[in-house]
Design a protein around this ligand. Sequence first.
Ligand code: ITT
Length: 203
Amino acid sequence: MKILIATQNQHKLKEYRRLFADADIEFVGLGDVGLGDMDVEETGTTFEENATLKVKSYADRANLWTMADDSGLMVDAMDGAPGIYSARYGGADLDHAGKRKKMLGELLDVPDKDRGAKFVCVIAIAKPNEDDVTLIRGECLGIITHEEYDEGNGFGYDPIFKPNGYDKTFGQMPAEVKNGLSHRAIAAEKALPILQKMLEDSL
Ligand code: ITT
């Protein structure tokens, strides 16, 4: 049985491929099923709603069991923003270097003790043409740094997010370290046995 990892974000796809590398499941991406251009409008107001919108649209269109995620960065000093709007922060056309610069500017006068933040990832799993959606949440707590620390690893806000208990940002960590503790890793670890059980039950 194939499972579609439905994301247009190639960084997310790469992370999931690594996170599920040892699973005995065949994963395919949107490009593999001719849906490399299909976008889903994210009109929800929560990670769960948007993950549900994405998974149902892609599962029905591909006619495959599908997994999608909605994820983002919630910053305490910004009242939880940008959250579900992380990909659209500063405008959808602003690249992530610009988004990071904008965020560091907004937080310029915020002292260390108030720079708390968390990455959130909600994975949704669905079968085509069925209403049931399974939702799984992973969170990773940390702080927003005062400047960028990047060694070319990671993507998005990774160079300005330092997870609690570590002295490096996600942007400095090798993939295997980020994939051992990130919001996506936590959600994926919980999602895998659920997927395996769903597959077993379908046999
Ligand atoms: P899909 O909807 O096609 O999956 P997307 O990138 O638009 O792709 P989201 O709507 O879930 O996905 O937005 C996620 C945004 O949150 C992403 O573009 C980054 O800005 C941020 N983000 C999520 N996970 C991240 C991570 O691990 N590292 C850095 N930034 C992350």
